[in-house]
Design a protein around this ligand. Sequence first.
Ligand code: IPM
Ligand code: MG
Length: 342
Amino acid sequence: MPGDGIGPEIMATALQALDALGVDHTTEEHLFGGAAIDAYGAALTEETTEACRRADAVLLAAVGGPRWDTTDPDAPRPEQGLLGLRKALGLFANLRPVRPLPALYDASPLRRERIEGTDLLVVRELTGGIYFGEKTRTATDASDLCHYTVAEVRRIARVAFEAARTRSNRVASVDKANVMETSRQWRQVVHEVHAEEFTDVQLEDILVDNAAMQLVSRPADFDVIVTENLFGDILSDEAAMLTGSIGMLPSASLGGAGGPGSPGLFEPVHGSAPDIAATGAANPLAMLLSTALMLHHGLGLQAQAAALESAVDRALDAGLRTRDLGGTATTNEATRAVLDHL
Ligand code: IPM
Ligand code: MG
């Protein structure tokens, strides 16, 4: 699903990479987000949801744009498509790896010595919390309910602990337990899961405001950060800047609640960047790295995933810089640079 803004441009890059890798595949393309609102009056149609359910993996570029921005609660919004699809496919675990490459250390707004050695993974709960709680609006009031069940916290905690075991074996659980009831429950449940099954993993609790500070003051000390939906949304954008640009960050949304073999969704963390759409300035690297996550988690093609990731690394090492990274490379030039390394 190419979506909106720069979406179609970077999706084209991803499809070229799949071809260049020789991955035998069939793709179906569907309108999604603003493009689907224009065509069908809704960001996500039942037909598109069904097509996603039938797929082995769903690759999404980006949705949204000023054209569909509205404060009218009854008007369709592109983001509803994304939230609806996450929910429909049961994608409760959002993995956002943040691994600044040495070649880009100087592209980050943070000093090199702060980011050196950073390699962290944000595990964001994706189908609960304030994003999906009851919303109300009257002429004088508005409210969003933040709600979590113990079962929802348990399953995301397990994903985080299991991920930590494949990495540096440390989990930082981020909450606001000094203020929010959902956070107090979160903290208790994370500790229960830890005590039951994961005592070999090091666990620390961090309040979200403090975590926001630590992410820029000592990012290299983090391994896995696990947190609820809204905190994860905010902290992952912050963490993206460690890599020099939000144009570098991929994500995988996994679940399986839609049944065994239920597909994951793979998408860059950045948005549709309508301001640079059709200018050739889009950085396709987060899209390519999301494609690598799809090959790895979605299709079980580890060698191809590794080849694509390393082609991105080597293109950057060889000097590739799109505009967001302070260079002049266009989307096509960046695509070519990476494909040349495959
Ligand atoms: C993200 C995005 C989405 C979110 C928006 C587009 C609804 O910011 O994937 O981080 O808030 O989850
Ligand atoms: Mg976000």
